[in-house]
Write a protein that binds this ligand. Structure first.
Ligand code: C2E
Ligand code: CA
Ligand code: CA
Ligand code: CA
Length: 279
């Protein structure tokens, strides 16, 4: 038994070391990615449920590692958060998204709004108000053209002071939305206390809502809460026309998902916007 215990430990420690090594090499890689232009934003449209009009574009970060190829954000965002690299990285995302939107706007392709995902650490440690002001001014954008998406879990962790500055941004007209809504454990009173304007229904509920009545009930409940509190609503992960029709009939404001478009690199999104405009 003793022998086995030691083997278990060796096994555990080998697995642990592998994870730790991967973490370290990802961190070194990310540092390089930031200075070597290996980061790229993909864009996914948000459309108005009743008209199909593109009203928003969510910026989703991609890392093109020269050796490993594309690395998904779910793998490197946690590493960026642990190492503090999320601060320069997150700032780059806001600046790049603002710059790209102004390019589309100047080309007459979009007067939509761009949304960026913001991590809890950015909220705690970065002067987001200054960055946002700067990006709006530099690119000649209206505050309503910028949307910050914050996950429910991230918002639960923030200090009371942060609420004050989120409020400042909302008063300016910047949209603050609660991402992955329904997956965290926030109490409904949080919705009343936080300066948010929009709820994004997590794609896990949308996926099964036409099969599982419990998911359908959650979707209806979230839409009801949004309406009651005067918040707008977006459903993510919409993959079928049936899902889109159901969400529209339930009064969901905006739809996002593979049905409308996968996230696309900027050049492909330009073509997408042009073809939409020609309709
Ligand atoms: P998220 O903000 O919830 O983004 C939605 C995710 O769902 C994206 O994954 C998107 O590609 C995917 N998706 C979109 N439509 C569909 C669909 O119809 N079906 C399915 N199954 N999936 C769909 P992605 O791009 O891999 O991003 C994963 C997560 O990484 C994001 O989840 C977000 O939390 C985080 N992330 C992405 N970019 C950034 C960033 O710039 N900063 C931070 N802090 N987090 C980011
Ligand atoms: Ca998001
Ligand atoms: Ca989400
Ligand atoms: Ca998510």
């Amino acid at each position: 038994a003793k022998e086995q215990g030691r083997n278990n430990f060796q096994f555990y420690s080998a697995t642990y070391n592998r994870a730790a090594l991967e973490h370290i090499s990802l961190e070194a890689g990310l540092r390089r990615a930031l200075s070597n232009d290996e980061l790229e934003l993909y864009y996914q449209p948000l459309v108005q449920a009743c008209t199909g009009k593109v009203v928003g574009l969510e910026a989703l970060l991609r890392w093109n590692d020269p050796r490993e190829g594309a690395i998904a954000p779910d793998r490197f965002i946690p590493v960026a958060e642990d190492s503090g690299l999320i601060l320069p990285l997150g700032e780059w995302v806001i600046r790049e998204a603002g710059r790209q939107l102004s390019v589309w706007q100047a080309a007459g392709l979009s007067n939509a709004c761009v949304s960026v995902n913001v991590s809890a650490i950015q909220l705690q440690r970065q002067d987001l108000v200054a960055i946002v002001d700067d990006v709006l001014e530099e690119n000649g954008l209206n505050p309503w053209q910028l949307e910050l998406e914050i996950t429910e879990t991230a918002l639960m962790k923030i200090r009371p002071e942060v609420i004050g500055y989120l409020d400042k941004m909302r008063q300016k007209g910047v949209t603050i939305s609660l991402d992955d809504f329904g997956t965290g454990y926030s109490s409904l009173s949080l919705l009343q206390e936080l300066p948010i304007s929009k709820l994004k229904i997590d794609k896990s509920f949308v996926r099964d809502m036409l099969i599982d009545p419990k998911d359908a009930a959650i979707v209806s409940a979230v839409l009801f809460i949004a309406k009651s509190l005067g918040l707008s609503s977006t459903a993510e992960g919409v993959e079928t026309p049936e899902q889109a029709a159901y969400l529209a009939s339930e009064g969901c404001d905006q739809l996002q998902g593979y049905l409308l478009s996968r996230p696309l690199p900027a050049a492909e999104m330009t073509r997408f916007l042009k073809s939409r405009k020609a309709l």
